[in-house]
Design a protein around this ligand. Sequence first.
Ligand code: OGA
Ligand code: MN
Length: 248
Amino acid sequence: MRHFKGGRIVYRATLKHLLISGRVPSRPVCKSSSHTPRRPFSLGDPALLEASVTAEIDCGDVGVLPGFVTEDESESLLVEIRRTLRGKRYLYNHWDGAIEGYRETEKPVWGEANPPVIHRLKQVAEDAGGEDVRALDEVHVLDLANDGFIRPHIDSIKFCGDVIAGLSLVSECVMVFQHEDDSTKWIRALLPPLSIYIMRGRVRHNYTHAVPLTGEESGFKGQTVSREQRVSVISRTRPPQHHNHTSH
Ligand code: OGA
Ligand code: MN
């Protein structure tokens, strides 16, 4: 499967690795989708975003929608996710990976009451991408342990298109976006359980994203946000070269 390399999912690499391997151009790379008109999407609740003055201009490319799923839908997803991940250990890469303390899987097929929710999530990603933009068939499930965290990174443009939409479950967390070339530009998003976030365009391509542990880095509007286990279900759009292919 294209998304696996040595048994690992390789959506992301740390920024350092991406820069060394030259996969992140230092110029803005929003071009891939600038031809396709985008339907405007509701940015959700602006109270869930905080940005530096210089980053405000990029806030149209990121948003958090609270209450995207109900408690019942969340519970039903978690039952299936726990069953799928049962027996998998949490992985700790120590210094070389983008993520510490996590289990993950790619899930193309869902059962029970879950397919409509997954469909809605993919629809949000596609709508945020514009016409002809399709989501990958499989969604990515990432389970971060209480002490797990995500280092700043940019998802590989090889495996992921212009939009990333992620549902947050179990505990709230902060996602930190930092412009790769301009340290004055940062955006923070508070991600309550049941919410989804969307990143696209400049924020997806030119900002790193990270989910820190509880501590200084996890602050939102001056308050520390405590994080525990957090599960995300992520839909990504297909990279542009995949747009003309259907995988079924
Ligand atoms: C990733 C990632 C974010 C999330 O897996 O590349 O950034 O919401 N995940 O879990
Ligand atoms: Mn990522």
